[in-house]
Design a protein around this ligand. Structure first.
Ligand code: TYM
Length: 331
């Protein structure tokens, strides 16, 4: 079986972007591949969470992974900081990661813009840590959203350089993966970019959002005055709402509103109401499981320990072989 690795940073609650970009694939892939799904708590340190917040956020992703249907018996679910071998490999990979290429990474440039007072070295070397996450298990398929594509390219670059340096073909090449052929970018509700926490809470529909909150957020979503001519191309904000409808609604519903739009008969109030109701239907079973699982600390502890053990077994093997390739020898 091929090895699959992916992770999510614990920075709060999971939203529909995380779900359709990543988690929906995790759930399917676990039955076909050797899967490692982790909580990227080391990565989240770049933004300096308080110790109190950090633990809650990690717990939250663990709960939501389980609530979405990742089976801890089938896939390995673990917390990144429980596997110190990852940080060791990160150090080795940093020796093959060059300043110029790290500075050119889009996500680094975005962070320089969004957190100019905290441009730390961890942000710069973020892609090397991500490569370590994947290569520690020799992963080849990485289910992620479109925004991670460049990081995967860098993972291949660092792995290949390591191979060349040590004259080996030790690390395989890893590729971003989505079942739907194209990588996904789920839009937010602000009419502009992707759904994401840094774009603000009002822009995101969280898996844990209650029906009332979903209705409120969707009704406030950015739209416009409506089409003025038949068959007019859709402006970005409207296209985004249709794209969101595509992930939660039936083909009939989408076709219905598409037709109304083309005939200039669409009423955005009704359109949004339908979108909100379909999101509620999608979210509700997950939300209920989140509430259930989050009460069971014993179960969560058991899952985290089991995952750490399985992940470390795989990671120890890689580190042992990597040390030999590098030339560390016991005296
Ligand atoms: P993160 O925590 O920002 O996001 C987690 C996953 O959700 C996807 N995603 C989206 N997909 C589609 N549309 C959206 N609007 C959207 N928003 C988020 C992301 O693409 C990602 O798959 N660097 C990673 C975490 C990471 C990782 C790894 C991933 C660390 N090491 C190793 C894979 C393999 C990140 O910050 O994702």
């Amino acid at each position: 079986k091929e090895t699959v690795v992916s992770g999510i940073r614990p920075t709060g609650k999971l939203h529909l972007g995380n779900y359709f970009g990543a988690v929906a694939n995790f759930i399917k892939m676990q039955h076909e591949y050797n899967c490692y799904f982790f909580i990227a708590d080391l990565h989240s340190l770049t933004t300096h969470p308080t110790p109190g917040d950090l633990h809650g956020y990690v717990r939250n992703v663990l709960v939501e992974y389980l609530a979405c249907g990742i089976d801890p018996e089938t896939a390995t679910i673990y917390i990144q900081s429980d596997v110190p071998e990852v940080t060791e490999l990160y150090l080795y990979l940093n020796m093959n990661a060059y300043m110029g290429e790290l500075e050119r990474s889009t996500s680094f440039k975005d962070k320089v813009r969004s957190q100019p007072d905290n441009v730390n070295a961890g942000l710069l070397t973020y892609p090397a840590l991500m490569a370590a996450d994947i290569l520690i298990h020799k992963g080849v398929k990485v289910p992620v959203g479109k925004d991670q594509e460049q990081h995967l390219e860098m993972t291949r670059t660092f792995g290949n350089r390591f191979n060349r340096l040590y004259n080996s073909d030790y690390f395989p090449e890893a590729f971003a993966f989505n079942y739907s052929a194209n990588l996904v970018k789920v839009p937010g509700l602000d009419g502009k970019g992707k759904m994401g926490k840094s774009e603000g809470d009002a822009n995101c529909i969280y898996l844990a959002d209650s029906p009332e909150i979903i209705r409120k957020k969707v009704l406030k979503a950015v739209s416009d005055g409506g089409p003025t001519e038949e068959n007019q191309p859709k402006p970005e904000a409207i296209q985004n709402l249709f794209d969101l409808m595509k992930i939660v609604s039936t083909p009939d519903t989408i076709a219905h509103f598409g037709e109304l739009y083309n005939k200039c008969q669409i009423r955005y109030g009704d359109f949004k109401k339908q979108l909100a109701e379909d999101m509620i239907v999608f979210n509700s079973p997950i939300r209920e499981r989140i509430e259930e699982i989050s009460k069971d600390s014993d179960y969560l502890r058991k899952i985290a320990n089991l995952g750490a053990e399985k992940a470390r077994e795989s990671a120890r093997k890689t580190i042992k072989e990597v040390r030999e390739l590098i030339g560390f020898k016991p005296f």
